[in-house]
Write a protein of this length. Structure first.
Length: 260
């Protein structure tokens, strides 16, 4: 299967894994801001953007194997791996299924298993996909949870919506629902203690989707993991405060590279 992939920069390898419906473009601030120090690889998940979902069935295991195939196809022996939201769960599974490919993990807005609150939110998103009368209305509903009030009030969210509406490679509604279904019952909680990889877990202090306690549960399961809360931030601080996010992640990777 052909997976749409883009690469930028020079230096130690980094693989970026996006979440629900997110494509290479969701990582633009990192591709621009970190490419002076790292060779960054980003890709469209199966069923999103320019990567097809041939059989219509998704699982986190399949998505993690896709990520492994991206690395192997590019001849990358191992990489620092960063994922956000659903992409952070894929990153966990990548490290569990293909440990030799993962040098470190950065997990933004993550969880081990959905609690009832997150499952209810996920089922509501599936309903919104089916019931929203327009793509704009769907995005407005979704982004109420994803971005801070600050981003709504300063025009950032409106700008993001216009960019998404103009994006020519639309995700099919059935693929949105399939991605959500793949995540709803996935559970890494019993296997995370097997990981032996440096890990940084980041939470948004006002994230109502993957609340800090869900992120902390991931860090508590992974031996030696570092857990930090970005106060005042929501689900996607790597987009809202990219300079701050990039600097924190760069410092984490630099420490590991220096040690190596």
């Amino acid at each position: 299967m052909a997976i749409w992939t883009e690469q930028m920069g020079k230096g130690p390898d980094v693989l970026l894994i996006g979440g629900l419906g997110d494509t290479v473009e969701s990582w633009q601030f990192q591709l621009d801001g970190l490419s002076g120090d790292y060779r960054l690889t980003a890709f469209d998940n199966r069923g999103a953007g320019r990567t097809a979902n041939p059989d219509g069935v998704l699982s986190v295991n399949v998505l993690a194997d896709d990520a492994a195939e991206v690395l192997r196809a590019l001849g990358i022996g191992s990489a620092h791996v960063a994922g956000f939201s659903g992409g952070s769960v894929i990153a966990q599974e990548l490290a569990l299924r293909h440990p030799g490919l993962v040098r470190s993990l950065v997990l933004q807005s993550t969880w081990t298993a959905m609690d009832p609150y997150l499952k209810t939110w996920s089922h509501f998103m599936k309903s919104l996909v089916r019931e929203a009368s327009s793509e704009r209305l769907f995005l407005e509903g979704l982004f109420l949870s994803v971005y801070t009030p600050r981003a709504h009030n300063d025009g950032t969210v409106n700008q993001v919506i216009e960019e998404v509406l103009a994006f020519p490679h639309k995700q099919r509604s059935e693929d949105v629902e399939a991605f959500i279904d793949a995540l709803i019952d996935h559970d890494t909680s019993e296997r995370l203690p097997q990981l032996n990889v440096p890990t940084l877990v980041l939470a948004g202090g006002i994230d109502v989707i993957t609340r800090p306690e869900l992120c902390r549960a991931v860090a508590d399961k992974i031996p030696g993991a570092v857990f930090e809360v970005m106060e005042g931030e929501a689900h996607q601080p790597f987009q809202e405060v990219p300079d701050r996010w990039n600097e924190r992640v760069r410092a984490f990777w630099r420490g590991l590279d220096a040690g190596a």
